[in-house]
Write a protein that binds this ligand. Structure first.
Ligand SMILES: Cc1ncc(COP(=O)(O)O)c(C=O)c1O
Length: 442
């Protein structure tokens, strides 16, 4: 077969395939030819620092030989079995997930990605509690399928409403832009009393579950105050509401712990996850549920199923990926280099007037850019487009949010195998982008 040229790859992809979340005529994809560790190269050989781990999922870095080999070996042995049958890899991975998940989280339902994991978590919560409402937060993303987009609080839900009925949203603990008008010194955790008030109005005995991202990702990297998760756990216990942590983005070492909730010692009733579970090498999602929920279904029919529930290739990738987290000590590295990253981001904020806030936990971080430090106005989207262009030209790929009503934010979410010196090299490129924004500060 003749190799396609770089231009042909881009042109044919644009003509015959849809790209997500974009005006199709405006997409400008990088044709990627190879990748290794924290880098990828386009088909012309230009190298990029991957500062968003692609879509915050290639946590172990690109093309780790152990995971590639595990996929190859599984493919040679058996790719697929009926989801009602099982495989050695399913047995091993199920047990492993129970080991790394917190507390009494024990039994896993496999799906293909984050949205499907959340869809199934909602179903399980409704069956288990016999209640139907689900509470979620406004600054959240839980996936693009019908139910998951209903849970999603952000603008992406609005385009497809009316979506699944029975979801109710509440406000976030977003300290930089506190929705309750508080500052650190005046805060009484109005976000917590607000949640309890919403529960009262909605009827505690009607609410099956509260779902929250462990740490909010694409909606602005919002790290909650330390007592937030424990206090939500208490509220859930008080009213018999299940607590679901969506760890699709915040799980798998991203925050310096296996799961974000581990930072606060909280055991949710379910964890939903995807992305880092296989580092993106093969699609996989999972809902890990507590022992009581697992037991509940021992004598009840589980109305949930997918042809690809327990796909052997994906499970082999997951098992090998988890072993890489352990053997390469990537979670420890995320915690250690994450501390360094935090210090570096604070320095950068001090140097660049366009940086209003820096938020970080482990290797999960973002710089919120503002036209002015008071009243913290976001930049116009063209300014952020220019920042993005400069980063790309300089060989740095990352996720940038550029929405006037959501904030203008540059994410720094590199693979967990990054070293401090690689981080410095990439941050130097980020600073070149910030210089563009600095000139627009008013
Ligand atoms: C927190 C969170 N939940 C769910 C999803 C949806 O996952 P997927 O795109 O695999 O369906 C995402 C995707 O970015 C996410 O960040």
């Amino acid at each position: 077969m003749n190799k396609l040229t770089t231009q042909e790859i881009v042109d044919l992809s644009r003509e015959y395939t849809f790209f997500s979340w974009s005006v199709q005529g405006q997409v400008n994809p990088i044709p990627v030819g190879k990748a290794e560790g924290i880098f990828f190269w386009d088909t012309d050989g230009k190298r990029y620092y991957d500062f968003s781990s692609q879509l915050m999922n290639t946590n172990i870095g690109h093309q780790h030989p152990k995971v590639v080999k595990a996929i190859q070996e599984q493919a040679a042995q058996i790719c697929f079995v009926h989801p009602g049958n099982t495989t050695e890899v399913r047995a091993r991975l199920g047990k492993k997930l129970a080991e790394v998940a917190p507390g009494n989280l024990k039994k896993t339902f496999f799906a293909l990605g984050g949205a499907e994991a959340n869809e199934n978590a909602i179903k399980l919560a409704r069956f288990y509690t016999g209640r139907h409402k689900i509470l979620a937060r406004y600054r959240s993303y839980h996936g693009a399928t019908h139910g998951s987009i209903a849970l999603t609080g952000d603008y992406r839900r609005l385009a497809v409403e009316p979506a699944m009925p029975g979801t109710v949203h509440f406000l976030d603990p977003f300290c930089y832009r506190c929705p309750f008008g508080q500052k650190k010194e005046t805060c009484h955790r109005e976000c917590i009393s607000h949640l309890e008030e919403v529960i009262h109005y909605e009827g505690p005995d009607k609410i099956a579950a509260i779902i929250m991202e462990g740490v909010v990702g694409s909606n602005g990297l919002i790290v909650p105050p330390d007592d937030y998760w424990p206090r939500v756990r208490e509220i859930c216990d008080k009213y018999g509401i299940l607590l679901i942590s969506d760890e699709v983005m915040s799980g798998w070492g991203r925050t310096g712990k296996w799961f974000a909730v581990d930072n606060w010692g909280v055991v949710p009733d379910m964890i939903t996850t995807a992305k880092g579970i296989t580092s993106g090498y093969v699609p996989l999602g999972a809902v890990i549920v507590s022992e009581p929920i697992a037991k509940f279904f021992d004598d009840k029919y589980l109305y949930a199923g997918l042809t690809y529930n327990g796909h052997a290739l994906a499970l082999a990738a997951a098992l090998a990926t988890i072993e890489v987290y352990e053997e390469d000590r990537l979670i420890e590295n995320a915690a250690k280099v994450g501390q360094y990253l935090g210090r570096r981001l604070e320095e950068i904020k001090a140097r660049h007037p366009s940086v209003g806030d820096v938020r970080y936990i482990g290797l999960f971080s973002a710089l919120e850019l503002v036209m002015n430090r008071e009243p913290k106005e976001p930049f116009d989207p063209p300014v952020m487009a220019e920042v993005g262009k400069v980063l790309k030209e300089n060989g740095l790929f990352t996720f940038i949010m550029a929405k006037k009503d959501m904030g203008t934010i540059v994410f720094v979410v590199p693979p967990l195998c990054i070293t401090e010196s690689q981080l410095d090299e990439g941050l130097a490129l980020v600073e070149k982008g910030l210089e563009v924004a600095d000139k627009q500060v008013k």
